[in-house]
Design a protein around this ligand. Structure first.
Ligand SMILES: NC(=O)c1ccc[n+]([C@@H]2O[C@H](COP(=O)([O-])OP(=O)(O)OC[C@H]3O[C@@H](n4cnc5c(N)ncnc54)[C@H](OP(=O)(O)O)[C@@H]3O)[C@@H](O)[C@H]2O)c1
Length: 240
């Protein structure tokens, strides 16, 4: 029986590549995003077995209803990938930009995570994948709200993973921590290194999802950076 995967934020970058690669591997794929024309384009490319809904994750009530209608149309859900996210962008109001990062990366994430968790509990099994970041491992001087939002979701997923362990729930939770990956989010940004090709990064990510890994560093060598960050003293972190 084919597995059904839903990707929240499938209109560009990592999410769009994941939709194509999962479809190529025989999954029934569902995708969401605000840019409905991108989803229509994906459906033209992928044809049958790609389902989509327009969704803005900052509208929690609507987003929940839309998720369930997509699940119904697909005949169920085995895996959900919570990929929607934004990072810092030039804005006239820093506080509204920071609030938007919290709304999308934290509140939007928590809402859909909760819906998926409930759904999988009733179903008896399931797999939630959250796209965090290496930035979750330290407070970035250039992107404090972004790294804090990713730290929140990583800790949140860890807590729910522990809850599943103690409650014997058959729900896998995978925390994906990419380094730098080519996408609209990273376009034109300075100071990046080891920037991975999107398809290559997603290929590794899908392998880790299928292995039901708890933590996935994308690309693999970012595990080394994660290890260095975790061992670094504060005075060194301050200089990054
Ligand atoms: N690229 C990197 O180097 C990197 C590194 C670490 C982590 N990440 C994480 O990877 C994820 C994907 O990012 P990406 O690099 O592929 O960037 P991207 O191309 O900008 O993709 C972002 C996705 O999030 C969706 N999204 C943003 N705001 C949304 C909203 N309000 N409601 C619904 N969907 C929304 C976008 O869809 P619409 O605009 O159509 O709504 C799009 O599909 C993000 O969570 C990001 O933080 C990326």
């Amino acid at each position: 029986m084919k597995k059904r995967i839903i990707i929240i934020g499938a209109t560009s970058g990592i999410g769009a590549s994941l939709a194509r690669q999962a479809h190529g591997k025989g999954y029934i794929v569902g995708g969401t995003g605000r840019r409905v024309e991108r989803l229509e384009e994906l459906q033209k490319q992928l044809g049958e077995e790609f389902y989509f809904r327009q969704m803005d994750v900052v509208e929690p009530g609507n987003a929940s209803i839309i998720l369930h209608s997509l699940i119904n149309e697909m005949g169920g859900m085995d895996i959900i990938v919570l990929n929607s996210g934004i990072s810092n962008y030039p804005a006239s109001s820093i506080s509204s930009m920071e609030q938007e990062i919290i709304d999308v990366n934290v509140s939007g994430f928590v809402n859909l995570f909760g819906e998926a968790f409930q759904y999988f509990r009733q179903q008896g099994h399931g797999h939630i994948v959250g796209i965090s970041s290496i930035a979750a491992l330290f407070g970035s001087a250039r992107a404090a709200p972004y790294s804090a939002s990713k730290a929140f979701i990583s800790t949140y997923m860890q807590g729910y993973r522990n809850r599943c362990y103690h409650s014997d729930y058959d729900i896998t939770i995978t925390d994906v921590k990419p380094g730098f990956v080519e996408s609209e989010m990273t376009e034109g940004k300075k100071g990046m290194f080891w920037v991975a090709n999107t398809d290559k990064a997603v290929r590794q990510m899908l392998i880790d999802i299928e292995k039901k890994k708890k933590i996935s560093y994308i690309t693999r060598r970012w595990r080394l950076i994660a290890w260095v960050i975790k061992l670094s003293p504060n005075w060194l972190i301050e200089r990054i």
